[in-house]
Design a protein around this ligand. Structure first.
Ligand SMILES: [Fe+2]
Length: 413
């Protein structure tokens, strides 16, 4: 006797479901492609509490589909392994108890190969569900499937940032991919003018977005000038050589405390090699490229640099309005850009009910918004309304900055 959700014959065009299966398999394959250069040992290590092992990313994204898609929509679904929910639930309190995040690197079992088997099992079950679900059950299945795919794409980015951080702890400087090349930049001089005006920001189309990108609402921005391009390594070296990391007057109190505690003297993944700075990248340890955008900086460092420059960081509204107008360069695909906007709910934001309501809303405190996307962001996972967020001391992401200038504003008042 087939489950209720599956027994009703589909009246949807087959091609629609085929497209969903293709999208699902494409995203799942990209995760495996990113894991492929890594050994079993590489995939188990956790280099710090904020970062997760590659094996955990592969298993957690699978648990997400199993829990929120299969268990919720396939009556009588039998979980692959009852121990996995505790091991691979990240932060969903409503989904049950979970293993401590800082101890994910201690989980040597299940093995990498057992996690691969778990992925194969869930892939087949999802494919079956998409193909056989009733027309009445389909809209909810498609909704969760889409969230699951976007969720996995977020973890694909984290796989690269987390393994880069892990490899950066290795004195032999292993390359994730020796042939990896930095994305091409298209730097443009100067600033784009943003006159005072009321603009709508937030997600307004029918396409997918995370809940934190709405509701769309109107904001007053400007006058402000936004740097067309990203701050470069050459500019950052000037800041360093000017004593930027040694001058408390440039830093927020918490930022200065982080400089002292962490011993920051340069961006993350920079190494002092006999008096010459080098940058540890996905391709291994390389000379600093002066023209490349600086990355692996915390909010505190971005803020200190802006103060040293006599400039500011833009707000996320200023960033989005400028990006929508097409006046910025290197907006996407290079480095996330810190804004000076706290990560808080847009007016009228309400998280959805249930465990998936925990996805974004409960983190809307004490973090800062980054806009754009990075070299690690998967294709198709970029939006002008995307709100990334991290704690102000985080710098293992591909995070950089562009400046904002309010001099015009003050000359007008
Ligand atoms: Fe997750």
């Amino acid at each position: 006797m087939p489950p209720a959700a599956l027994k009703e014959a589909s009246d949807l065009p087959k091609s629609d479901r085929e497209r969903w299966v293709e999208a699902f398999l494409r995203v799942r394959a990209e995760t495996e492609r990113r894991a492929a250069p890594l050994s079993g040992e590489d995939q188990v290590i956790q280099s710090m509490p904020d970062a997760s092992p590659i094996k955990w990313h592969r298993a957690h994204t699978t648990w997400f589909f199993e829990t929120f898609l299969l268990q919720a929509n396939v009556p009588g679904y039998k979980v692959y392994d009852e121990r996995f929910a505790f091991l691979f639930n990240s932060y969903y309190v409503a989904a049950g108890p979970r293993h401590a995040r800082p101890k994910r690197g201690l989980i040597t079992r299940p093995t990498v190969s057992e996690v691969a088997d778990y992925r194969v099992h869930v892939d087949a079950a999802v494919e079956r569900l998409v193909g056989e679900a009733s027309a009445s059950a389909w809209p909810e299945i498609a909704r969760i499937l889409e969230i699951g795919l976007n969720h996995e794409e977020q973890h694909q980015e984290l796989m690269l940032t987390d393994i880069l951080h892990a490899f950066a702890q290795n004195p032999t400087n292993p390359a994730y991919d020796a042939s990896w090349q930095a994305p091409k930049c298209n730097p443009k001089d100067g600033y784009a003018e943003l006159p005072e005006g009321i603009h709508t920001i937030g997600h307004q189309t029918d396409g997918y977005c995370f809940d934190n990108e709405g509701p769309a609402h109107r904001v007053l921005v400007g006058p402000v000038r936004i740097a067309r391009t990203l701050v470069t390594n050459a500019e950052w070296l000037t800041f360093m050589n000017d004593g930027g990391y040694a001058n408390p007057a440039l830093w927020l109190s918490d930022g200065w405390a982080a400089v002292q505690t962490e011993g920051w003297q340069a961006p993350g993944h920079w190494q002092d090699c006999d008096g010459e700075w080098r940058q540890f990248k996905l391709a291994g340890l390389k000379p600093i490229d002066p023209a490349a955008p600086v990355m692996h900086i915390s909010y505190y460092e971005a803020d200190a640099f802006a103060r040293w420059s006599g400039k500011h960081l833009p707000t996320e509204a200023e960033w989005e309005v400028s990006a929508r107008q097409g006046v910025l360069s290197d907006t996407f695909g290079i480095a996330w850009q810190w804004t000076r906007s706290a990560y808080s709910p847009y007016p009228g934001f309400v998280a959805c009910d249930g465990a998936l309501g925990e996805y974004n809303g409960k983190f809307m405190i004490n973090q800062m918004v980054l806009r754009g996307s990075s070299l690690a962001t998967p294709d198709g996972h970029t939006r002008v309304t995307y709100r990334n967020f991290f704690y102000p001391g985080a710098r293992w992401q591909f995070s950089g900055l562009r400046l904002a200038d309010y001099a015009e504003r003050f000359s007008l008042t």
